[in-house]
Design a binder for this molecule. Structure first.
Ligand code: HEC
Length: 97
């Protein structure tokens, strides 16, 4: 008799109702003209800081113009450096594209 291994498809972050910020990949880097490293850094900053005080407000939820206004204030709220703010901004705009 053939042994059939149970196969559970791995639904990586695709399943749940939880809204998650897009994970950077090479395609996102190519689309945005940012380096993959910058986007990864911005993404981790986003995860580490931007859900502390309120629920995750996703890159797609806010218009580009509004993000330009909001990010400096929220970066100050989060206590991140200017360089970190630049990576975060790069990530947010790349994730919108
Ligand atoms: C120290 C707490 C705190 C942190 C950390 C924080 N926020 Fe906020 N955020 C707030 C508060 C309070 C509001 C609502 C009042 C306001 O608009 O200032 C808000 C509102 C917002 C809004 C809506 C703004 C509007 O005018 O509708 C966005 C978008 C946002 N935050 C994004 C972010 C991002 C991105 C980060 C990560 C850098 C972040 N927040 C980190 C406290 C925080």
């Amino acid at each position: 008799m053939k042994k059939v291994l149970p196969f559970l498809p791995c639904l990586f972050l695709a399943c749940c109702a939880t809204r998650t910020a897009p994970i950077p990949d090479m395609a996102m880097a190519a689309r945005s003209g940012e380096t993959y490293e910058t986007l990864q850094r911005g993404h981790s900053l986003y995860l580490a800081h931007c859900t502390r005080c309120h629920e995750s407000i996703l890159p797609a939820d806010v218009s580009k113009d509004d993000w330009h206004v909001v990010v400096p204030g929220m970066s100050w709220n989060a206590g991140i450096s200017e360089a970190e703010e630049a990576a975060l901004t790069a990530y947010i705009f790349a994730a919108k594209k």
